[in-house]
Structures are given as C-alpha cells and as structure tokens.
Design a protein around this ligand. Structure first.
Ligand SMILES: *Cc1c(COP(=O)(O)O)cnc(C)c1O
Length: 459
C-alpha cells in the first residue's frame, strides 16, 4: 500500500522561470490610471516607486521570465518547499478525498512572502536603490522584506498596521533583528499619517493606510528610496508562481492531479502563485481543475465587492486599478488574519474571477480557527490564521466528498505558520474570539466611494 506522506524535490528542481498568466489568460488586464491626472499611467510615474526590472514584469506578456541566478541561490535556503499529504487529517475526517498541501511556512520568515521579497530586493539592488519602504499587516511581508534587504545590503523602513503592531510585537522584533526600522501606522512621519492622527489618535490603521504612508515616503525621497509591495501587484504574482510550478512536479510524483486547488486571498498572491500554473494547464492543456479563492467574511472583496476602478490605497495616492473592491475607504474590522485585511484584490486575479475562471467563497473567523486547531492536532503544524482560511475550505471540500463518496483530490496552499499568532489562538481556545460580518453595501453604495472614471460607470 502506498503510504508516502512528503513529496520532496532537490535544489536542481527549483524553477528556472517564473510563469506569467497574462501570456495565456483570455481576461486581459485593464489599463492603470494616474490617481491625480486620471490619465493612463506611464512607466515614468511608476519609476518613482519601483525599479525598471519590476515595472517591466508588471506589464509583461512574456509567458516565462528567467529567475536571476542570485535569486535562485537565495531560494535554495528554503526551496523547493515540501508537498505534504495530510493523511492524518483525512483519517480524522473519515473522507475518501486525498488532501495535499504545499507548505510555504518553511521559509525563514515563515511565509510565501519571501519568494517575492528576495526578487524585489534584487531588482532594487541592481537599479542602485539605497533604501526601501513598505507596509506590513500581520508582519509577514515586513519580516520577509527585512531579511531580503539585509541580504542585499539595503535599509528598510516598515509602516506596520497599528493593530498588528500592538497584537504582534514579536514580528516587529524579527524585522528589527534583520535590521529594519519599524513604525506603527498611522505615524506622525507622513502628511497623511499626521492628518489621520489629528482626526483620531486611536486609529487602528489598515493595510491601505500603511501603503499610503510607505508610498508617500518613497515618493518624497527624491529617488533615494523605493517602495515594495508584498501583494496585489502583477509582478508579485509572477514571483509566487514558483509555488505552483513545484507543486505540479510534486503532484506528478504522487501520481495524482488535483480536482480542486485552494488558497486564501488577501491581495491574491499566494493563491495565484499556487493556482496559476494549474490554470495554465486548464487553459492550454484542457485540464479541469477548479480554482477556489477563500476570503474572510470581514473583508469579502471578491464575493461582495464591485468590479470597478479604485485606488490601491486609502489616501488615494496609489494608482487607480480595475479590481474587485469594497471601496478604498473601507477599513476592515480587526480580524486576526491581518494579511487578509485589504479593501481590494489583485487586478489580475480580479479579471480572472470576473471571467469565471476562478471561484471564491467567504468564511467566518471562528470556523477558520476551528479548522486551524483540527489541522494542528492532526498534522502538527500550527498554521497562520490567513492560511487557515484555505484549510477550512479544504476540510469542507473533503467533508462534501465524504457525503458523495467521491475520491476527490484536494490541494491547498499552507501559506505560512502561525507561531506569532498565538494571541489569536489563545482567544479562540478561551472562547472569546468573535466573528465580524461585513455590513453588506449595495453596488451603488460602494460605487459612491470610488473615483469617478467613465469606464467604471460602464463596467
Ligand atoms: C500576506 C499573507 C497572506 C495574504 O496575502 P496574499 O497576497 O493574498 O497571499 C496569506 N497568508 C500569509 C501567511 C500571509 O503572510
């Protein structure tokens, strides 16, 4: 009887190319607009914030982009990541389904974010950037970029969402250990932060606000500082494709192919990183894998947002993009999956969801933690609250298969570990964790808050 549990690749199997879904996607990305002039954006505008290597990837339609050797060398510290069959969880559920997960929590910073952090730091370094600025929600992106900037000898300023800064002091200490400077956002270091603090000194912050601050600092630095974003943007999705490329090989080793591929979505990059290589197989090779994005009930941009032009940040200084959004001024409640508290969704993923090539569901926080604890007690890994959204969906799929008797093959992304989320676990275990329901808005209600663009009215 086959009892294999871990499917491991060697360093030579680390992908040599990132995959770009825009080469194969029938849902072409919409143009991006300058937030001030409302004109289509130019590489010049973007080059205030990003190095040319990343801007080229942002707009690229090349199918495969070569991974620089310097980046592959660093990937060797944790890649290839394992694919694990959750046999004990399957048994606990009594399901005929086979459950596999790709484990990105083995990276030094504990999540998939390192895959893009190293790439972004590399392209900044070769462009002569001296320092980077960024935002972080739960702290995973900040830790990943702090490590990467240290590897490439660059300074880093991190604007950390206030509520996470307070709930997760250990993440701040990790970033500082890697050599970064960390500030609780909103801060008094930017015009936007000072304005918000004057209105409400207890502002809990949000990813959108922290992005505005990090962007403001880079934009006003006369070119000495560049900005790095850990999610949402197309070049970040491209970097994360190493997850799915490895998983394809590993499913092959297991001699199985997934019927459904699942990932949690904040800005959409870990899900897309795993799912897009499988979407390529659907589009190019006639496979029929269902791709399922899982978002929190508290910030349900795909399932309850509108597909329209909106600002990427709260202040309205980031580019205007077409995406599923709850409105840039929507501040999600303080759920513990800090990495999923964003008002919008990757424009690339939004276009694919609109074209019905990807499915989405929203789930409540308490059920997410119930799934996380069941997973930890069977598989031993203590998952990040974000990743646990994917675990819950995988468990629900497996229980559905139990009802129908289907030997379904389920693959999900375990995007990170939850070793710094113990406050949330403690709340769950003591029965004090709450659910936050999104206060549903009508489409017209959300659109009142969006920048007035002719196309968004037509859309
Ligand atoms: C940041 C983060 C997420 C959400 O971001 P995506 O871009 O949607 O992947 C999910 N899981 C973990 C562990 C994260 O750190």
């Amino acid at each position: 009887m086959d009892t294999q549990t871990k499917y491991l690749l060697g360093e030579n199997d680390i992908p040599r190319f990132w995959y770009n879904i825009n080469a194969d996607s029938p849902a072409k990305p919409s143009p991006v607009f300058n937030p001030i002039t409302r004109e289509p954006i130019t590489p010049d505008f973007l080059s205030v914030l990003f190095p040319m290597g990343l801007i080229e990837q942002e707009i690229s339609t090349e199918r495969y982009i070569e991974i620089p050797e310097e980046v592959r060398e660093i990937y060797k510290l944790w890649r290839p990541t394992p694919l694990i069959r959750a046999r004990r969880l399957e048994k606990a559920l009594g399901t005929p389904a086979h459950i596999y997960f790709k484990y990105e929590g083995v990276s030094p910073s504990g999540s998939h974010k390192s895959n893009s952090a190293v790439a972004q730091a590399f392209y900044n370094k070769i462009a002569g950037t001296k320092a980077m600025t960024t935002e972080t929600g739960a702290g995973q992106w900040g830790s990943a970029l702090a490590m990467a900037c240290q590897f490439f000898n660059m300074d880093l300023e991190v604007y950390m969402v206030r509520v996470s800064y307070d709930q997760k002091p250990y993440r701040r200490i990790i970033m500082e250990t890697y050599g970064a400077q960390v500030f609780a956002s909103p801060t008094d270091r930017t015009d936007y932060g000072r304005k918000l603090l004057a209105e409400n000194p207890n502002n809990a912050g949000s990813l959108g606000i922290a992005i505005s601050e990090a962007v403001e600092v880079a934009a006003k630095s006369n070119g000495t500082k560049k900005y790095g974003l850990g999610s949402v943007l197309h070049h970040v999705l491209i970097h994360q494709s190493v997850i799915g490329e490895e998983a394809l090989k590993q499913m092959d080793m297991a001699d199985e192919y997934p019927d459904v591929v699942i990932g949690c979505v904040g800005g959409g990059t870990n899900f897309s990183g795993l799912a897009f290589p499988f979407l390529r197989e659907n589009l190019v090779h006639g496979r029929h894998t269902r791709l399922l994005a899982v978002e929190p009930d508290a910030a349900p941009s795909l399932t309850q947002g509108v597909y329209a032009y909106d600002y990427g940040d709260t202040a309205g200084t980031a580019p205007i993009v077409k995406m599923y959004t709850l409105g840039h001024d929507f501040i999600p409640p303080s759920i513990h999956a800090g990495g999923l508290r964003y008002h919008g969704m990757s424009p690339t993923l939004s276009a694919l969801y609109d074209a019905k090539l990807v499915d989405a569901i929203a789930v409540p926080q308490t059920r997410v933690f119930e799934a996380a604890v069941l997973f930890a007690r069977n598989e031993g890994i203590l998952p990040a609250p974000e990743s646990s959204h994917a675990i819950l969906a995988a468990i629900d799929e497996a229980l559905e298969a139990k009802k129908t008797g289907e030997k379904k093959v389920i693959l999900f992304n375990l995007s990170g570990h939850g070793h710094f989320d113990l406050t949330a676990y403690e709340k769950y275990l003591s029965g004090t964790l709450e659910d936050f329901k999104y206060d549903a808005q009508t489409e017209a209600g959300i659109k009142l808050h969006l920048p007035q663009m002719t196309e968004s009215i037509d859309a």
